[in-house]
Structure formats: structure tokens, C-alpha cells
Design a protein around this ligand. Structure first.
Ligand code: MN
Length: 382
């Protein structure tokens, strides 16, 4: 039995992780679930899965959760600090980090220093502070299992290859809902259009990131830290059908790909069940449905976020953190109709030029940089 803590249980990854656990009750136990603000769903999940403890980050919702769960022998806590503390609980084996954005960083670091295995769905943690996170995991002998589908694909391709060097990887991208559109056509695209992802069912933040292609930029940075790669070893290829989830190229020129229908439950259960592949009732791939798998290069002149992400990757230090913070601000603004689609990279670029650059940042520096870049971005939005 693996005892799991799910940080962000009410989000898209969190709810799908609970479905995976339901299908494998003999393997997993839900030890802790946490949510940002969705008390109603958190309560429902707690009643169904009977975790040892729940945390609601939004303190205003504490009473509601506490009252609903009274008499159920489930501990109830509130506040972001409680999320950071609860991951240290001795009964937890694996922490699934499925919260959105920068907020995942501190609890992930706490979980690592407490020696918990990590199933990482929160890519921003590695984007912001990949060096500190991977160093501390190495020190503690903690494994970080990727939940992001591309990185799970690469991880799956690496099974049995640990003595072999990676020459390069290809991260596949669906291209999102705006693939192939011109700048003119993108001028007035709306939030609702951006939220209609052609293949994947995901949360709002990552879906907008997919539309702007920042998601792939963040994933390039995530890959650097997970697999110890240099920027030139990380390539992005647009593959609109989302059947090949990513590829590894070895030094003999061989390419290994991992394929399947797009379904986040597969990478979630691979990360939770590793090294075992657990049975899944999911629909199987049919060649008849996909006579053509196609590939295109990515247009970084239109989807400038990719270029900005590689720039931050090459600059190193706190530059990815600065870029990520600005991106979180513009995506939130876009979701409130406060910024146009094509203006988002402009704001990010300006923040990258203006924020204080630090080549070897400490954790405190990252927290400061995140704050500084957010303030810069908010001012640019006025
Ligand atoms: Mn992904």
C-alpha cells in the first residue's frame, strides 16, 4: 500500500488522480488531500476517500470544511503554511504536487526534505527553482516522478536505458487551438476560444499556456532539470494528433517514442505506480482512427513565448522564475479579459528585461524575484 498526499486534489490532475486511486484501492490509500479554495469538492472527496487529514488553503473556508467533516475522524487544517507542514507527516509515502503555479514550490521542497517521493505535476516548481529542487532531491535520495505527459513519456522511454546517454529529446506539442493562425487572426481571439483545447482535458492555467505555447516553453525548462539536459538537447515538435507524447534520441541515432491516446490518467498512474504498470480500463488506441500522424516545426515568431522560454533557459539563474511570474500574471489577466492574447509575450519580455537578474539565486532570492516580477507585470497591465 502506498499512502498518497494529493496537493491540489480539487483540480484537474487531483480529481483524475483520485479516479486512478479508486480503480486501484488495493495499491493506494489517500492519506492527505489539500485544496486552494474549493471547499465543497474537498468535503465531498474527504467523505468518499476518508483521508487522515485535509487542508484548505483559503482560511475563510475553514469553518465550512470543519463543520462538514465533524465526527468523521478526519483532521482539518487551513492556510498555506499548513500545506507546507502536512507534507512532513510520517504516514505519507508519496506526495503528488498538483497545485497551480509558484505556490507549489515551498510544499514540494518541504516534502523532499522530509524524504517523500514526489509525483510532480506542478511544472512551475522546476521552472522556478529547478536547481535547488533537484539538488535537494539528490541529497535526500528522493525520486521525482514526472506526471506531465511529455516528461512521463521520456521517463518511460528511459526505462532500461540508464547506462545510455541521451543525445536529445523531442517534446511534442499539439499546437493548441490556435495552431497555424496568423498574427492578424490571433489579434482578437478570446478566452473561451483559448480554453477549447483540441486534445487534452486540463485546468484553465495550463490550457491558456497551451494556447500561447508557453506551456511547451515551461516544459523545456522542466525537462532540463528532470533529465539533466542542455538547452540545445531539447527540441519542440508540433504533432497535432497528440498520440506520440514525446521522444528520446540516443547516441546511436535511435529514437524511442511513447504513444497512446491523450489521457492524463496514464502518466498519473505511471508516476504513482512506478515501477509497475497498473491495469487501466481506458480506451485503447486504434490505428484505423489515426491513418496519419503528422509533424510540423513550431513558429516562434508568432508563438514568441517559446523563444522567451529558451532565452530564460540560456540565461539561467532567476530568469525562468522572472518569466514564470510574469506569465502567471498575464494568464490570470487574460482569463479576466484584461489583456489581449498577443500582448501577453510583450509583458513577459519587459519583465525579463527589467527585473533584477541573479545568477546564483537562493530560495529567498527566488521568492523575491517572483514578487518583483509580478509587481512589474501588474504595473505594465495598468
Ligand atoms: Mn504537458
Amino acid at each position: 500500500m502506498k499512502r498518497i498526499a494529493i496537493l491540489g486534489s480539487t483540480g484537474s490532475i487531483g480529481t483524475q488522480a483520485l479516479e486512478v486511486i479508486s480503480e486501484h484501492r488495493d495499491q493506494f490509500e489517500v492519506e492527505v488531500i489539500t485544496a486552494n479554495t474549493n471547499a465543497e469538492l474537498l468535503i465531498k472527496q474527504a467523505i468518499e476517500y476518508k483521508p487522515n487529514a485535509v487542508v484548505i488553503a483559503n482560511k475563510d473556508k475553514y469553518r465550512e470544511v470543519y463543520d462538514a467533516l465533524s465526527g468523521l475522524d478526519i483532521k482539518v487544517y487551513a492556510g498555506e503554511e499548513s500545506i507546507e507542514q502536512i507534507v512532513e507527516m510520517s504516514s505519507i509515502d508519496t506526495v503528488l504536487t498538483a497545485m497551480v503555479g509558484f505556490s507549489g514550490l515551498k510544499p514540494t521542497l518541504k516534502a523532499i526534505s522530509a524524504g517523500k517521493q514526489i509525483a510532480l505535476a506542478n511544472k512551475e516548481t522546476l521552472v522556478v527553482a529547478g536547481e535547488i529542487v533537484t539538488e535537494s532531491a539528490r541529497e535526500k535520495g528522493v525520486n521525482i516522478y514526472p506526471v506531465d505527459s511529455e516528461h512521463s513519456a521520456i521517463f518511460q522511454c528511459l526505462a532500461g536505458e540508464f547506462q545510455n546517454k541521451i543525445e536529445k529529446i523531442y517534446l511534442t506539442a499539439s499546437g493548441g487551438p490556435f495552431r497555424g493562425m496568423t498574427e492578424n487572426e490571433l489579434e482578437n481571439v478570446t478566452k473561451n476560444e483559448a480554453l477549447k483545447h483540441p486534445n487534452w482535458n486540463m485546468g484553465a492555467k495550463v490550457t491558456v499556456d497551451s494556447a500561447t505555447m508557453m506551456n511547451k516553453g515551461l516544459e523545456a525548462i522542466e525537462a532540463k532539470w528532470l533529465f539533466g539536459l542542455e538547452p540545445f538537447q531539447i527540441d519542440i515538435i508540433v504533432h497535432p494528433q497528440s498520440i506520440i507524447h514525446s521522444l528520446v534520441q540516443f547516441e546511436d541515432g535511435s529514437l524511442k517514442a511513447q504513444m497512446g491516446l491523450p489521457d492524463m490518467k496514464l502518466p498519473i498512474q505511471y508516476a504513482l505506480g512506478y515501477p509497475y504498470r497498473l491495469k487501466s480500463p481506458a480506451k485503447r488506441f486504434s490505428f484505423a482512427d489515426y491513418p496519419n500522424l503528422t509533424f510540423e516545426s513550431v513558429n516562434t515568431k508568432i508563438f514568441r513565448n517559446i523563444a522567451l522560454a529558451y532565452e530564460s533557459l540560456n540565461k539561467k539563474g532567476n530568469m525562468p522564475c522572472i518569466m514564470n511570474a510574469a506569465n502567471e500574471v498575464v494568464v490570470a489577466a487574460f482569463l479576466c479579459n484584461k489583456i489581449k492574447f498577443l500582448r501577453m509575450p510583450d509583458v513577459i519580455e519587459k519583465c525579463m528585461a527589467k527585473a533584477t537578474y541573479i545568477i546564483k539565486p537562493s530560495l529567498e532570492d527566488y521568492i523575491e524575484s517572483d514578487k518583483e516580477s509580478r509587481e512589474l507585470a501588474i504595473n505594465l497591465l495598468k
